[in-house]
Design a binder for this molecule. Structure first.
Ligand SMILES: *[C@@H]1O[C@H](CO)[C@@H](O)[C@H](O)[C@H]1NC(C)=O
Ligand SMILES: *[C@@H]1O[C@H](CO)[C@@H](O)[C@H](O)[C@H]1NC(C)=O
Ligand SMILES: *[C@@H]1O[C@H](CO)[C@@H](O)[C@H](O)[C@H]1NC(C)=O
Ligand SMILES: *[C@@H]1O[C@H](CO)[C@@H](O)[C@H](O)[C@H]1NC(C)=O
Ligand SMILES: *[C@@H]1O[C@H](CO)[C@@H](O)[C@H](O)[C@H]1NC(C)=O
Length: 326
């Protein structure tokens, strides 16, 4: 009896262990398949970004002084902030934008601000088929780039400009994502004043700088500076990622000095008190990634007066814009 009991226990112990072993082995197999797939993906990504590496990177002995000037006003500009994004990806983004029918008619000009002094601007221009390339110091994230463009071209700013990071959100292997194409092709017209170019789930309301994903107290100060009043309750629309389309009229509705002041703040050096603002214990504000850059990412709707709290609903209804009076 006792022996039988023992052997049953042994048997149970045995099956239990077999199950455990089978489980562990299958787990390991799945993990290794996953890592092989991932490593292939990584190495592919790496390959495409190093394909032009030798061409693209300046010889350290030469000064990268290439700079196209902007002298003419156009109907439509596309301004991209570039650092080290994959060239094939950015080139495809530019091609896709050029293919949008409504934009084609407006003959958009591609302006790329390169913030990586190691990248050869003339090669970058060729690979991206850009019209204009300028080098900028790597300060203030994409917000610094956009403000720089506005300040330097305030009097000749295009009738409409798309501002975007080169590493855009909204592109698939087939080209622009459906929602992105729909905005440009179906919702854009010549009276658009401001239009977010980001997926609806990246549009939300802040309550004077407060949001469940984190607080940005400087937003309230910027609000008060721009609107000359206290920030009222009720929510203000914010669209993340710094991807939007804006009219020249709306840009010039704010005085040049506003952009200059914001640019000064977003590019301050590391000893400035603004870098001591706290976002989280893991984040350190630096001139190339200043905390104020994350504030500026959230104030474009305020700057361009498209902050009514129904923006998200309107975008869902495919009326994703604020319009200028014509
Ligand atoms: C950039 O590339 C061009 C063409 O290959 C070359 O003539 C030029 O010297 C390069 N410039 C720098 C700064 O490396
Ligand atoms: C590049 O050209 C523009 C004129 O369009 C000028 O404002 C800017 O200062 C120039 N940048 C450099 C680095 O020379
Ligand atoms: C900008 O728009 C206005 C009004 O529609 C138009 O008269 C003007 O020619 C446009 N500017 C350019 C550079 O196309
Ligand atoms: C652009 O679309 C808006 C909203 O549908 C409309 O109110 C406006 O009249 C249109 N403007 C032009 C020039 O078609
Ligand atoms: C930062 O800027 C301030 C004011 O312009 C200047 O006094 C200071 O020397 C600068 N610090 C560094 C580290 O460049």
């Amino acid at each position: 009896m006792k022996i039988k009991f023992q052997s049953t226990r042994l048997y149970l112990w045995h099956t239990f262990n077999m199950k455990k072993i089978i489980f562990v082995v299958s787990f390991l197999i799945i993990i290794s398949i996953e890592s092989i797939v991932n490593i292939t993906e990584w190495s592919n990504a790496f390959k495409s970004s190093t394909k032009y590496s030798e061409l693209l990177h300046s010889k350290s002995t030469e000064f990268n002084s290439y700079n196209d000037s902007i002298v003419l006003q156009t109907q439509f500009d596309i301004v991209l902030s570039y650092y080290s994004e994959d060239i094939d990806f950015v080139a495809q983004y530019i091609r896709s934008l050029r293919h949008v029918l409504t934009l084609k008619k407006l003959n958009p000009r591609i302006i790329v601000y390169n913030k990586n002094s190691k990248v050869n601007n003339s090669v970058l221009k060729l690979l991206l088929k850009a019209d204009i390339i300028q080098l900028l110091p790597n300060l203030g994230r994409e917000g610094g780039t956009y403000l720089y463009h506005i300040i330097n071209n305030y009097d000749i700013i295009a009738n409409h400009t798309i501002f975007s990071q080169a590493g855009v959100e909204g592109i698939t292997n087939r080209g622009l994502a459906d929602w992105y194409l729909d905005r440009l092709d179906k919702q854009f017209n010549s009276s658009v004043g401001y239009m977010p170019l980001i997926n609806n789930n990246m549009i939300t309301n802040y309550d004077c700088g407060s949001h469940r994903t984190g607080h940005f107290p400087r937003m309230v100060q910027v609000w008060s500076m721009l609107e000359q009043s206290l920030c009222p309750p009720g929510g203000q629309a914010v669209a993340f990622r710094g991807q939007f389309l804006v009219s020249g009229k709306r840009i010039r509705d704010r005085p040049l000095k506003v952009y200059k002041y914001l640019y000064e703040l977003i590019t301050v050096n590391s000893s400035h008190w603004l870098h001591r603002d706290i976002r989280s214990i893991f984040y350190k504000s630096t001139p190339d990634n200043p905390i104020f850059g994350h504030t500026v990412e959230r104030i474009w709707t305020i700057l361009f007066k498209c902050f009514k709290n129904d923006l998200y609903d309107r975008c869902k209804r495919r009326e994703c814009a604020c319009f200028d009076e014509s």
